[in-house]
Design a protein around this ligand. Structure first.
Ligand SMILES: NC(=O)c1ccc[n+]([C@@H]2O[C@H](COP(=O)([O-])OP(=O)(O)OC[C@H]3O[C@@H](n4cnc5c(N)ncnc54)[C@H](O)[C@@H]3O)[C@@H](O)[C@H]2O)c1
Ligand SMILES: [Zn+2]
Ligand SMILES: [Zn+2]
Length: 342
């Protein structure tokens, strides 16, 4: 099979390797799509994400879907020909976090493209069958690869307790901001204001259901939001991952509201006005990936309550992987989600 290796920052090379053997409890999946995510791009550009530094060549890709071509021993519920979305991470199954269903917090989590675990930018992958979710007829395999980022938006809006009639501000209209918007609207939010620095991104947000958008490069964000929502939004989602937007959250949110921190800033310590937070009695909720949400995400796509495929702006073949990543780096404003077809 073909495997796409990142050999050094900015360089990718396709190599031939044997197709993996199917372990008991696993299925062999012929990979069809890999979405390119911000973390993959950090590895591509800099050879690292935070303290996670690549040593030697590495396979990226964790937003994955495909078709089952072989079924291992002790697998029930999946058969050859089933189209599936692969949840990229699985816990140890034994620790407190796994046992309480919060497997995203498992300290021994194995997650595609989180070193030392390699990713799925290759033709075949052997993966635990219980982490492969069957796609219904009316959900395409391309949509299957988008379940991963959508799950982040669903988890963020779940922890932010977005419900019918609630109002929200989303800071950042990248892929994660946009899936948060889709999830918030699907959960019944009445008014969602999306903030970004780039008009192009805001246009995407409006097309995906944002009620209002604010261009932070030209406007006073706090003032604009105050005009639109005088008491402040019930929930503020920070999905830009910048120190500046994180610092805005306690000033924006309604008294007694919830701040959901999804973006990961480059610096680990950030100035934050806790007086605002205390006086307003706000709740600060952090988000790390997602848990138990693949079935919900797939059902929401199948029923039509979330149209996730609109986030895809660019498509490439496996052979074009290096160009796909360079495009994401060089044309960041225009690329919301690029996907690679195997
Ligand atoms: N918590 C998690 O589990 C999780 C999962 C996935 C991604 N993330 C993080 O979410 C963040 C967003 O990911 P993405 O893929 O959407 O990235 P992205 O770079 O595509 O999107 C970020 C957006 O924020 C905008 N932005 C930057 N500074 C801003 C400012 N001052 N005001 C308003 N907008 C601003 C940018 O223009 C961009 O459109 C990243 O930090 C990523 O690491 C977290
Ligand atoms: Zn991702
Ligand atoms: Zn565990």
């Amino acid at each position: 099979m073909k495997v796409v290796y990142l050999t050094q920052p900015g360089k990718m090379q396709i190599e031939e390797e044997p197709i993996p053997e199917v372990r008991p409890g696993n299925v062999l999946v012929k990979i069809e799509y890999n979405g390119i995510c911000g973390s993959d791009v950090h590895f591509f550009k800099d050879g690292r994400v935070g303290d996670n530094v690549l040593k030697g060549k590495f396979v990226l890709g964790h937003e994955v879907s495909g078709t089952v071509v072989e079924v291992g021993e002790n697998v029930s519920g999946l058969k050859i020909g089933d189209r599936v979305a692969l949840e990229p991470g699985y816990g140890c199954g034994k620790c407190e976090f796994c046992k309480t269903g919060r497997y995203n917090l498992c300290p021994d989590m194995k997650f595609f493209a989180a070193p030392p675990v390699r990713g799925a930018l290759q033709e075949y992958v052997s993966h635990p069958a219980d982490m492969c979710f069957k796609l219904p007829e009316n959900v395409s395999t391309m949509e299957g690869a988008l379940v991963e980022p959508l799950a982040v938006g669903l988890h963020a809006t779940g922890l932010g307790e977005i419900g019918l009639g609630q109002t929200a501000v989303i800071l950042g209209a990248g892929c994660i901001g946009l899936v948060t918007l889709l999830a918030a609207k699907a959960r019944g939010a009445s008014k969602v204001v999306v903030v970004d620095l780039h008009e192009k991104r805001l246009e995407f947000a409006r097309n995906m259901g944002a009620d209002h958008t604010v261009n932070a490069s030209k406007n006073d964000v706090l003032g604009c939001v105050k005009e639109l929502l005088p008491e402040g939004p019930d929930v503020v989602f920070e999905t830009a991952g910048s120190a500046e937007t994180i610092a805005q959250t306690p000033f924006l949110v309604k008294r007694g509201g919830i701040v959901v921190l999804v973006g990961m800033a480059a610096q680990s310590e950030i100035t934050y006005n806790f007086f605002q937070a205390m006086e307003k009695e706000i709740r600060i909720q952090c988000v790390f990936r997602y848990r138990n949400l693949y079935p919900t995400a797939i059902a929401a796509i199948a029923s039509g309550s979330i149209d996730v495929k609109q986030i895809v702006t660019h498509k490439f073949s496996l052979e074009e992987s290096e160009r796909a990543f360079s495009t994401v780096v060089d044309d960041a404003q225009n690329v919301v989600k690029a996907i690679i077809e195997t």
